[in-house]
Design a protein. Structure first.
Length: 189
């Protein structure tokens, strides 16, 4: 992977080192918000922040911009780092896409996750360009980031549908009995 570990190994090790801290944060938050909410919130942070750290790490100075859809994707297909580029971009907001519908039922519809991820990705790409940190800002990165979150949301959507409480999640207004039953069902998962 041509120097990937040398470049990003520190981020990976810091993320692994953060897992016990995330466990303590989850335990602490669970006292006020409940176990499910705490797990989702901490999971979204732990699953997204390392990717944002990598994306916003300076690589010199300057900036470049591509607003033509699919141009960079076509060029990356010939690159020796294609798996790294595609996989990394798909995973940036995947934790958000998977856990946000579990945390907030209003996001149970995957297209809502697609919109949130696209907005967050546009913000990140705008920051890369505005800060002139030597990164290439591209509409293709926005597309891959949003698609990755959407695929994660689809997977949780199928999981919720399989578990039999899709209608309650899609309504976004569970009764107290539904919430208790849903929390108990997730506890058994």
């Amino acid at each position: 992977m041509n120097g990937t570990w040398e470049t990003w190994g520190g981020v990976v090790l810091a993320t692994i080192a953060a897992i016990p801290v995330a466990g303590v944060a989850t335990w602490w938050l669970a006292r006020w918000r409940g176990r499910r909410a705490a797990l989702c919130e901490v999971g979204m942070v732990l699953g997204t922040v390392p990717w944002l750290w990598m994306i916003l790490t300076p690589k010199g100075t300057g900036r470049s911009l591509n607003l033509v859809p699919l141009r960079d994707l076509a060029e990356q297909l010939t690159d020796d780092r294609v798996i790294e580029q595609f996989g990394g971009n798909l995973l940036v907001f995947a934790a958000l896409g998977f856990l946000l519908p579990l945390r907030l039922p209003w996001f149970a519809r995957p297209y809502r996750i697609l919109l949130v991820a696209a907005g967050a990705s546009i913000l990140v790409e705008t920051l890369q360009f505005a800060l002139a940190i030597g990164r290439h800002s591209s509409v293709d990165d926005v597309l891959l980031n949003a698609v990755g979150a959407y695929l994660a949301a689809l997977s949780v959507h199928l999981w919720i549908d399989h578990r039999g409480h899709r209608r309650r999640a899609l309504r976004g207004r569970d009764t107290a009995a539904d919430q208790v039953r849903g929390t108990a069902e997730l506890g058994r998962a």
